[in-house]
Design a binder for this molecule. Structure first.
Ligand SMILES: Nc1ncnc2c1ncn2[C@@H]1O[C@H](COP(=O)(O)OP(=O)(O)O)[C@@H](O)[C@H]1O
Ligand SMILES: [Mg+2]
Length: 346
C-alpha cells in the first residue's frame, strides 16, 4: 500500500477547476493499492490537510469542513512527511505527491520545485518542464527548434508603448489572438478581428500577467494528444475541438455550449499518427515526464501547428486527457494507477 499526497485547489484563477479534477482523480484512485493523503491549498495559499468527504470538493465547499487542519511539508530530503500545524506535533508520512493544480502556483513549476527540493517523487512533470510549458512564448521557441511549426507571434511587457503593440498587430495581420504569456482556462485571452479592439484585448491580457503575446490566428481546428511516460511514451487517441464560432473560451471549455469534442478526431489514421508523433516530439523537447496533454492546430492544408502543453490537464470524467486515454483502451482507474507507477519510477 502506498500513500499518495494529493494536492488540490491552489492559489490560482483555476482553483475551481482543480477541485473538479482532484475529485475525478480521487474517485478513481484504486483504494486497494493507494491511500490518499489529501491537502487543499486555499485561494490565499494556505495548506489544509483535508479528510472530509469527496463530495465537498465537487461542491467547492471543502474549506469550511471541520476536518481541515493547517499543515505544511517537511523540507528534509527523504522525510516525505506532512507536518500538522494544529499544535499536536503530529506528522503523516507519504510516498509520492500528485499535484492536481492548474495554472499559476501549482502547474508552473513552483510546487514542483518544492517537491523536488524535499526529495519527494512527483507524479507529473518536474520543475523545468512545468515552468517552460507555463510560458507559452518560451515553449514555442524551444518547440520551433525541433522543426514543428509554431504560430508567428510577438511578446510584450507592460513597459512597452501601445503604439509598438499596434504596429506588431498590423504586421501579424488580423484576426489575431492576444493572450497572457502564462495563463490557463482561456483567462485573459481574446480573438481580435477588428484592430480597433486591440487596446481592450491588450488590457485584458495584462490583467493576468506582466507579459503578453500577440499571435497569428491559425485556421482549421484544435487537436489534442494525451501523452504518458518517461523514456518510453504511450499516446492516447487524438481528439478534436469543433467550434461553431469564436474560440475555446472558459464558458465553452467547461460548458460545451456550442462546441463539441470529438474523440477520436474525425481525421485520417495517417494524420492522427502524424499528430501523435508530433506530440511526442513536443513532449520530449519540453522535458515532460509522466503525463501531459499536447495541444496543436490542424490547418485546412493538413499542417500541424503547436499551440501549448498542459502539464496538469483537466481530470474530470468528462475531461479530454482521460477521454483520449480511454479511447486508446486505458480506463480512468487504470490510468491513475499508471500515472502513480510512472511518477514513482521517474
Ligand atoms: N493562434 C491561435 N489560433 C487559433 N486559435 C487560437 C490561437 N491561440 C488560441 N486560440 C484559441 O484560444 C483557446 C485558448 O488559447 P490557449 O493558448 O490554448 O490558452 P489556455 O491556456 O487558456 O487554454 C484555444 O483553445 C483556441 O481555441
Ligand atoms: Mg489551451
Amino acid at each position: 500500500m502506498q500513500t499518495i499526497l494529493v494536492l488540490f485547489g491552489g492559489s490560482s484563477t483555476e482553483h475551481e477547476v482543480s477541485l473538479q479534477s482532484a475529485h475525478g482523480v480521487l474517485v478513481h484512485l484504486d483504494r486497494d493499492r493507494y491511500t490518499p493523503l489529501m491537502v487543499g491549498i486555499t485561494r490565499s495559499g494556505r495548506w489544509l490537510r483535508y479528510s472530509g468527504p469527496l463530495s465537498h470538493l465537487e461542491r467547492g465547499d471543502w474549506q469550511g469542513h471541520p476536518a481541515c487542519v493547517p499543515c505544511t511539508l517537511s523540507l528534509d530530503r527523504g522525510e516525505r512527511r506532512l507536518l500538522l500545524l494544529d499544535g499536536s506535533g503530529a506528522s503523516e508520512p507519504f510516498d509520492a505527491a500528485l499535484p492536481i493544480l492548474h495554472g499559476k502556483n501549482g502547474e508552473d513549476g513552483t510546487v514542483q520545485g518544492l517537491l523536488e527540493l524535499s526529495g519527494i517523487p512527483i507524479i507529473g512533470c518536474g520543475t523545468l518542464s512545468s515552468a517552460l510549458c507555463m510560458d507559452k512564448d518560451r515553449a514555442h521557441k524551444l518547440v520551433a527548434l525541433t522543426g514543428v511549426r509554431v504560430p508567428r507571434s510577438a511578446r510584450f511587457s507592460r513597459d512597452m508603448a501601445l503604439s509598438q503593440i499596434i504596429q506588431a498587430g498590423a504586421d501579424l495581420g488580423y484576426p489575431l489572438f492576444v493572450k497572457p504569456v502564462r495563463s490557463g482556462s482561456s483567462f485573459g485571452i481574446s480573438k481580435v478581428i477588428d484592430p480597433h479592439h486591440l487596446p481592450d484585448a491588450v488590457e485584458a491580457a495584462f490583467a493576468h500577467d506582466r507579459d503578453i503575446l500577440l499571435e497569428e490566428a491559425i485556421p482549421g481546428f484544435e487537436v489534442g494528444c494525451a501523452v504518458l511516460g518517461n523514456e518510453t511514451l504511450t499516446v492516447g487517441a487524438v481528439d478534436e475541438i469543433e467550434l461553431s464560432g469564436g474560440f475555446f473560451d472558459y464558458t465553452e471549455k467547461y460548458g460545451l455550449i456550442t462546441s463539441r469534442i470529438h474523440c477520436p478526431a474525425r481525421i485520417s489514421t495517417e494524420k492522427a499518427a502524424e499528430i501523435q508523433r508530433t506530440a511526442k516530439t513536443i513532449y520530449r523537447a519540453l522535458d515532460c515526464r509522466v503525463f501531459a496533454r499536447v495541444d496543436m492546430f490542424l490547418t485546412p492544408s493538413g499542417e500541424i501547428v503547436f499551440n501549448e502543453v498542459n502539464t496538469i490537464p483537466g481530470f474530470t470524467v468528462h475531461s479530454r486527457y482521460p477521454g483520449m486515454m480511454r479511447a486508446a483502451g486505458l480506463e480512468f482507474s487504470a490510468l491513475v494507477s499508471e500515472l502513480i507507477r510512472l511518477g514513482v519510477e521517474a
